[in-house]
Ligand binder design. Structure first.
Ligand code: SAH
Length: 457
């Protein structure tokens, strides 16, 4: 598997993201190079941005110094980050080229829509339920196994309702077979990954929502190739159905009981789920819909993790589906977060935290703050204190913090924080009354942990 280098020159880049106008997650960030002075203006803006960046960074450097610690910044090494004319990393909310979506699949449709489609084919509506049971409860799309359907039409029905979405390319296992990373090829050749994990009391699947990612976070392996396209609702769901099939076959560290299946979903695979809002939400609706319309899962077991697309976060709060919400914060100060999470140039730390708090207020669900601890970059004590202050300023009991030691991404100079620094970071948060749990790095050995999914054969 090819794992590219993972750091990027996103330092010295700042300013406003004027090309990102519509927060409804559709803006293109393609700069206009048509005007003759555009290049000059871009250079000037980049210079100004650099000066501003350097100024802000001096502030955190002096704070780090006061603590007797170094302040490491992201620097380029080996791969070039796509930059806009404003001299800042280019965010990509939509695919670069015109891309097509896979053929419509049963899982793209509601039960009523499935019945309509079957009626159009001259069949009775109740067949929709039978087909749905095969897919969502028996995890099969094989016409030979559908003995309750008219024999002469089985093959035609399966072809119409179950176009092949995910083809397994590779399966890597670790933890005595209790963690499996799947590499899937989609209908257009795109590659995506999902990671299945058996814990003592639950089975969790980490799923992808986009082919690639346009958010360009320099510490994450997925972002480097940019965004190819959004995954369809059925492609998102098929990852779960395929995982359930593998579990039912005893493929996940042995079957413990015949009814067991994926109970927890985390949208922490490839992609930014809230940048593919409609299809992701349709998938969530189908996950929680009762069988056989959907998978009959509990919304609480579904975690939607975002880099902080504030308008979409607000929309999610209004959906009335109480999923667990996670914000990938990684830095409490805009100086550093601007560099670590390019989208922070559009929606700042405080805006993202306000939106996360709104999610709690509207749903009553405690939200998670994700924080990848990177040695000497974001793990300073003062940052733990600042994070605690910012969270407590919005109330108590609404949030918990999930630090995770950075997962190694080959080629990067960055490493995980030292254990004593990690412990102190957690301690400072907890002493300030912020519940904090260190997240595990399951799947690290097979590049299946957070931030390591790069989908290469
Ligand atoms: N785009 C979404 C979901 C995908 S990433 C998001 O940003 O939340 C899932 C989680 O893994 C995020 O919290 C992300 O910041 C984190 N992550 C990315 N790279 C990582 C790395 N190298 N080590 C540890 N966590 C990482």
């Amino acid at each position: 598997m090819v794992v590219p280098n993972l750091t990027a020159q996103i330092a010295d880049t700042r300013g406003t993201m004027e090309t990102m106008t519509s927060p409804e997650i559709t803006p293109e960030t393609v700069p206009s190079a048509a005007e003759p002075n555009a290049a000059e203006r871009a250079a000037r803006r980049a210079e100004q941005a650099a000066a501003q960046g350097a100024q802000q960074m001096r502030i955190s450097e002096s704070r780090a110094k006061a603590e007797g610690r170094a302040q490491v910044r992201p620097t380029a090494e080996g791969w070039k980050q796509a930059m806009g004319e404003d001299g800042r990393p280019q965010l990509q909310f939509t695919a670069k080229a015109r891309v097509s979506q896979p053929p419509v699949h049963l899982a793209d449709l509601t039960l009523a829509e499935r019945a309509d489609k079957l009626k159009e084919m001259g069949l009775q509506g109740f067949r929709a339920k039978q087909l749905s049971v095969h897919y969502f409860q028996h995890y099969t799309t094989d016409p030979e196994l559908m003995s309750d359907l008219p024999k002469e039409r089985r093959a035609e029905l399966a072809a119409a309702m179950f176009p092949k979405l995910l083809t397994e390319v590779k399966r890597l296992a670790t933890d005595d077979g209790k963690t499996i990373k799947f590499l899937w090829r989609l209908f257009d050749g795109s590659l995506i990954e999902s990671v299945l994990m058996r814990y003592s009391n639950r089975i969790t699947l980490c799923i992808s929502s986009q082919c690639g990612c346009g958010m360009n976070c320099p510490f994450c392996a997925t972002g480097q190739a940019g965004l190819t396209r959004n995954m369809s609702t059925a492609e998102i769901l098929d990852q779960i159905v395929q995982a359930n099939r593998v579990i039912a076959e005893g493929g996940l560290g042995g079957q413990k009981h015949p009814e067991e299946r994926v109970g927890n979903i985390v949208f922490m695979g490839m992609g930014e789920p809230l940048a593919n809002y409609k299809r992701v939400m349709n998938a969530v609706h189908r996950m929680v819909a009762e069988a056989p319309e959907g998978l009959g899962m509990s919304a609480r077991g579904i975690t939607v993790s975002t880099v902080g697309l504030v308008p979409a976060m607000k929309k999610l709060a209004e959906e009335n589906v109480p999923v667990t919400f996670a914000l990938s914060l990684h830095a409490p100060d805009d100086e550093l977060r601007d560099e670590m999470i390019p989208v922070n140039s559009r929606w700042k730390v405080d805006e993202a935290l306000d939106a996360a708090h709104t999610y709690y207020v509207k749903t009553g669900r405690r939200v998670s703050i994700e924080y990848a601890l990177i040695k000497d970059m974001n793990d300073h004590g003062w940052r733990a204190d600042l994070l605690a202050r910012k969270l407590n300023a919005r109330g108590r009991g609404w949030v918990h913090v999930n630090p995770i030691p950075l997962n190694p991404t080959p080629g990067s100079v960055w490493t995980a924080s030292e254990p004593d620094v990690t412990a102190e970071f957690i301690d400072r948060l907890e002493s300030a009354g912020v519940p904090t749990t260190l997240r595990d790095t399951r799947g690290k050995e097979i590049d299946g942990a957070c931030g390591q999914l790069a989908a290469a054969e």
